[in-house]
Ligand binder design. Structure first.
Ligand code: ZN
Length: 260
C-alpha cells in the first residue's frame, strides 16, 4: 500500500469537528473562535493530505493555531513539525511523551515502521492528568491514560451540531503492540505499563462522549457509521462504540498478558 492510498476525504462529525486524517491514522480538525485546532497529525508521509483536506473544507492552513496530540507515536505526530514550521502553531502533548517527540528516546514507533525519525519538535505545553485548557469557545479536559505509551491522553471537548452542545471524546492510545514483553524489554520500559493500561480503561470507561473520535478510524467504527450517513440523521452522534471498543481492548489486553 502506498501512502496516497491512505487518503480519505474529509468527514464532518459535527458542525465544528471534522476527520481530515487518513485511513492509517487520524487528524481531527476542530474549529474554534481562536483559530483552527488539530488533534493529531498522522504520518509525515500523509501530511500533504491534511493540507488538501483543509483546502477542500475551505480552511486556510495559516489559521492552524493549536496542535494537540493523543500520544507520541509517529502516526500521530508525523505532520506536526512541518505544520509548526508553516504556521507557528502551539503544540500540546502528555508530559510522559515529551521526550519521545523531542527525539530523546526511540519510542516513536519509527524503528518498527523501518523509518528514520526526523520530525522531532519542542512541545509548548506539557499536559498532566485533569488539566483543563480553554481555547476560544472550546474547553478540553485531559486524562492521563498510560499503557500504549507513558504519556497517552484521553481527551474530551465540547462540540456543536445544529446548535446542540455535545461532548466529543477520544481514548488516546489503543493497540497492544507496545505492551508485549519483547517491546517493553527492548526499550527498557516497566511491565507496570500493562497494569496501567487496564486501569486507564477503567478510569474513563463510564465517561461516554456523545461523539466518539477514534484514535484510528476503525476504533470508533468510522466506516460503518459513514455508510449510514444519509443526510437526515448524523451517524457520528453515537457514543455507543466507546464502551464496546474499550471492552474489546481490555479483553485483548488480558488475553495478551495471560499468554506472556
Ligand atoms: Zn500509537
Amino acid at each position: 500500500m502506498k501512502y496516497w492510498d491512505y487518503y480519505l476525504e474529509p468527514t464532518k462529525y459535527t458542525d465544528d469537528c471534522y476527520h481530515i486524517g487518513s485511513k492509517s491514522a487520524p487528524c481531527w480538525l476542530i474549529k474554534s473562535t481562536d483559530g483552527l485546532i488539530l488533534l493529531d497529525t498522522g504520518l509525515p508521509q500523509t501530511a500533504y493530505q491534511i493540507m488538501l483536506n483543509l483546502k477542500l473544507l475551505g480552511c486556510d492552513y495559516r489559521d492552524i493555531k493549536h496542535i494537540i496530540h493523543s500520544h507520541g507515536h509517529i502516526d500521530h505526530i508525523g505532520g506536526t513539525s512541518a505544520l509548526v514550521q508553516l504556521t507557528g502553531a502551539k503544540t500540546y502533548i502528555g508530559r510522559g511523551d515529551a521526550d519521545t517527540v523531542k527525539g530523546l528516546n526511540q519510542l516513536q514507533w519509527t524503528n518498527e515502521f523501518g523509518m528514520p525519525f526526523e520530525e522531532a519538535f519542542e512541545p509548548d505545553v506539557l499536559i498532566q492528568n485533569g488539566d483543563e485548557i480553554v481555547i476560544g469557545d472550546k474547553k478540553f479536559t485531559f486524562y492521563e491514560t498510560p499503557g500504549h505509551t507513558q504519556g497517552t491522553l484521553t481527551i474530551f471537548f465540547n462540540v456543536t451540531e445544529k446548535g446542540k452542545k455535545l461532548i466529543a471524546g477520544m481514548f488516546g492510545g489503543a493497540g497492544l503492540n507496545t505492551m508485549s514483553k519483547s517491546y517493553l524489554d527492548k526499550y527498557n520500559l516497566p511491565y507496570s505499563l500493562r497494569e496501567d493500561f487496564l486501569n486507564s480503561i477503567d478510569r474513563i470507561y463510564n465517561m461516554i462522549p456523545d461523539v466518539h473520535l477514534g484514535n484510528h478510524p476503525e476504533n470508533s467504527n468510522h466506516f460503518q457509521k459513514l455508510a449510514k450517513a444519509n443526510g437526515e440523521n448524523n451517524p457520528f452522534i453515537d457514543g455507543s462504540t466507546w464502551q464496546s471498543f474499550l471492552d474489546t481492548q481490555k479483553a485483548n489486553a488480558i488475553e495478551l498478558f495471560r499468554k506472556e
